[in-house]
Design a protein around this ligand. Structure first.
Ligand code: C5P
Length: 217
């Protein structure tokens, strides 16, 4: 599943970032192609506005396009409900359209980890010094104890449905793994990839284009 229902306002550009192009192709189409090309992915469902998504995806044939919700969590939930209505799945990978270049090796690692765990996420170490902040700089936080968590995130379908239905947090979660953990399921971390950096701000487009030029999948 690709969630592409956000407004993407921090990225600028006059349209939601998932519809902006890199190398002549909208981000959501890049994201779609990387998932659809993987031999172990049977179908791709996209969450977001149907008209712009059909235009961006062109000839591609998603399993479905379903409207998103007011938060990322609700957009994912809409996609999960649609998959369930369509007969369910063994495993679902939940992915942000804002991370357009998924290496096949990351999907391989996630699916291998899922054989022994209800969930698996790609994660990268933190390179910068991290500190709390307020009016002035606060204490440094041990970066060796932290990772940066990316998508796609892989889950057994029954467990992710259970987790979404059980979620009661006050704050909107920024990913699905935190809901799965809150429901009591273990989530494994596999090696992430710099190609999966999220496009959030205007300058991220040039960096993503440069990454694409340096890497063949
Ligand atoms: O805004 P952010 O980059 O954190 O969004 C992550 C992903 O979640 C994006 O692909 C965005 O389109 C999606 N999203 C969504 N529905 C929302 C908010 C975000 O599908 N209501």
């Amino acid at each position: 599943m690709i969630v592409a229902a956000g407004k993407g306002e921090r990225a600028g550009g006059g349209m939601p970032k998932q519809f902006r192009s890199i190398a002549g192709k909208p981000l959501v189409a890049h994201a779609y192609d990387r998932l659809a090309a993987h031999p172990r992915i049977d179908a791709v469902l996209v969450v977001g506005d149907e008209g712009p998504l059909r235009a961006a995806l062109g000839e591609r044939a998603p399993l479905g396009i379903v409207p998103g919700g007011a938060s990322r969590r609700l957009s994912v939930r809409a996609g999960l409900d649609a998959i369930e209505t369509l007969g369910g799945a063994d495993v679902v990978l939940i992915h942000d359209a804002a991370r357009p270049f998924t290496p096949a090796a990351v999907i391989d690692r996630l699916l291998t980890a899922l054989e022994a765990s209800p969930g698996a996420v790609p994660a990268l170490p933190v390179a910068d010094t991290l500190a709390r902040h307020g009016a002035t700089l606060g204490d440094v936080v041990d970066r060796d104890a932290l990772v940066r968590v990316q998508t796609p995130q892989a889950f057994r379908f029954g467990d992710i449905m259970t987790s979404h239905r059980a979620w009661q947090g006050d704050d909107e979660p920024t990913d699905d793994a935190q809901m799965v953990r809150a429901a009591g399921f273990a989530v494994a971390a596999v090696a992430g990839d710099a190609m999966l950096e999220k496009i959030t701000r205007p300058e991220d487009f040039a960096a993503a284009e440069a990454r694409l030029g340096q890497r063949s999948f």
